[in-house]
Design a protein around this ligand. Sequence first.
Ligand code: SF4
Length: 201
Amino acid sequence: MNFDLETVKKNFIRRGFQAVVCDDLQQATRFIIEKFPVNNDMIIGMGNSLTLDAIGIKKIWAAQASVYQHTLGSSESETKKALLADIYLTSANAVSSDGQIINIDGTGNRTAATCYGPKQVIYVIGKNKIAVSLEEAIKRARNTAAVQNAKRYSRKTPCAVTGKCENCLSPECICAVMTIHRKQPYGVKIMVVLVNEAAGF
Ligand code: SF4
C-alpha cells in the first residue's frame, strides 16, 4: 500500500515526535549527519538493523565519537553504554500510518533505549514498514520483521520453518518484549526519519 509520507509525518508530529521525510537512504544519512553533529565527548548507541547497515552511518560516526551497538555478542558493558547514549539510532519493526511505532525484542535492550536513557532517539524507517493501522503494524512486526529476524539469526523457532509467527515460547524465541510508542515519552526526544524507499525487514 502506498502512503502519503507527508500525511504520515504530520501524524507523528501530532503525537509529539519530530519527523521528516527523505527521498532515499542517502538523503536520510545526510539529514542525520547535518542535524545531529557528534564529537569525541559523545556516546552513540545503535540498534542492530539492516536499515542502519544500508545507510553506513556507523562508520562515519565511529570516526568522530564512541559508538556502541546492540548486537549479538555485545558485552554487558557495551550494552549498558548504548543504553545511556547521547544519541540512539535504530529502525523500527513497523509503524502505523497514524504515527505509532512498534518494536519487538528478544532481550529488550533496543526497546529500553527507545523509551528512556538516551537524550535523543532517531528512527530511520523505510516506507515498507508503514501499515495502515496499529493492528496491522503489530501484525507486520510479528509476521514479517520478527520472522525474518529469527531466520537471520538462525534461531530454532517454529517461524523459521513455517515462515509465519506461531506465537511460540521457544527457548530461542526473539519476541520477549513488544513496545508501542503511541506518543513521545517525556524523558527523550524522538526524531522519525521516514524514507521514501524500502529498507530493512
Ligand atoms: S514464532 Fe516465536 S520467535 Fe517466531 S515470530 Fe512468533 S513469537 Fe517470535
